[in-house]
Design a protein around this ligand. Structure first.
Ligand code: UDP
Ligand code: MG
Length: 323
């Protein structure tokens, strides 16, 4: 792999939703890590429709620091899209994607840069210990990754979030993917490029509380699976075959039994259960179909991914931004 110099400018992209308490500390931590390296950087804050003072805090920091871009979305679009909006406004030769809550330690960034210099395009953080998470969240996450590995076209690395450094060329590749359903982990994996893991311990949130709950996580998983692979469609086809086969076998069995033992009017429970089972399976199959149909529907609308209320560019960003 070919060595290369430090990136001239690093963009630290950070989507924020109600993070007013943490941003000052966040900005200071980033500075403490990158300034000693002599690394020029900009921070790209995306305000994802926060309902607290996040935007004001961002502007305050931007006025003080001069190297902060503030992208204010018109409403809350969700983390994945907010992140995409930030990436679109990053002007660096490399970008770092990081959460505002300091669960991803900025101290890892020098390690990322070292990997970048070795020639890797993507250096991603891999959590070795999830301190802030319950065992249930860890177990469900593990199950989800196993499922995705079985179903998907490319390997999704486990225990890897969005926290990573990307070279300009891999970022440009990522930004070429136009879909509105953005399951970032899947997109990150899909683009390929030489990638390397950097292990770290994930800490509990610094301030505020997580916006995720199990309903949201289940929805994200469905989103992930259906925007990443069409395997569920194939699985419903198989399910249909298996049930039809069972029905044929059952039909043969009852036919012969009736010939031998004659007919009786028992069997109401079996009938009842069979109808329920078939009805349920059909509804699930319809639901799976519907998921994909809905996806097609949304993509055909060709709406912009996000709408921007206002952008305040950083000094370096203003100089470098495309006309
Ligand atoms: N976030 C966002 N929009 C949302 C929800 C979250 O931009 O609708 C941001 C949030 O401010 C944080 C990051 O996404 O910087 C991760 O969110 P959170 O810490 O709640 O998720 P977790 O760490 O629990 O996965
Ligand atoms: Mg977090």
């Amino acid at each position: 792999m070919e060595q290369r110099p430090n990136p001239g400018l690093i963009s630290v992209v950070c989507p924020c939703f109600n993070e007013e308490d943490g941003l000052a500390e966040f900005t200071a931590r980033i500075g403490r890590v990158l300034t000693p390296l002599g690394q020029e950087y900009e921070i790209v804050f995306v305000n994802d429709g926060s309902r607290d003072g996040t935007l004001a805090v961002m502007h305050g920091l931007a006025a003080r620091e001069g190297n902060i871009t503030v992208v204010n979305l018109s409403r809350n679009f969700g983390k994945e899209i907010a992140l995409t909006a930030g990436l679109c406004h990053a002007t660096g030769d490399a970008v770092v994607v990081i959460d505002a809550d300091l669960q991803d330690p900025p101290e890892l960034i020098p390690e990322f840069i070292a990997r970048y210099r070795e020639g890797w395009d993507i250096a991603y953080g891999r959590r070795t210990l999830r301190q802030g998470d319950s065992w249930l969240k860890r177990a469900t996450a593990h199950g989800f990754y196993r499922l995705m590995r079985r179903l998907g076209p490319v390997d999704l690395p486990e225990n890897v979030g969005d926290f990573r450094l990307m070279s300009r060329r891999s970022l440009d590749a990522l930004l070429q993917l136009p879909e509105t359903h953005r399951f970032m982990k899947g997109l990150f994996a899909w683009i390929g490029f030489p990638s390397v893991a950097v292990d770290y311990v994930r800490e509990p949130r610094f301030a505020g509380k997580t916006k995720w709950n199990y309903v949201k996580l289940i929805n994200l998983s469905i989103e992930g699976i259906t925007s990443y692979t069409t395997a569920p469609l194939r699985m419903t086809t198989w399910l249909g075959f298996v049930l039809a086969l069972a029905a044929f076998a059952g039909g043969g069995f009852y036919f012969i039994r009736t010939l031998i033992y004659g007919e009786d009017v028992q069997g109401f429970p079996t009938l009842f259960l069979t109808i329920l089972l078939l009805g349920g399976t059909q509804l699930i199959a319809l639901g799976v179909l519907g998921e994909y149909l809905g996806r097609v529907f949304n993509e055909t609308k060709r709406r912009p991914l996000f709408l921007i209320e206002q952008v305040r560019w950083s000094g370096a960003g203003a100089a470098r931004r495309p006309a």
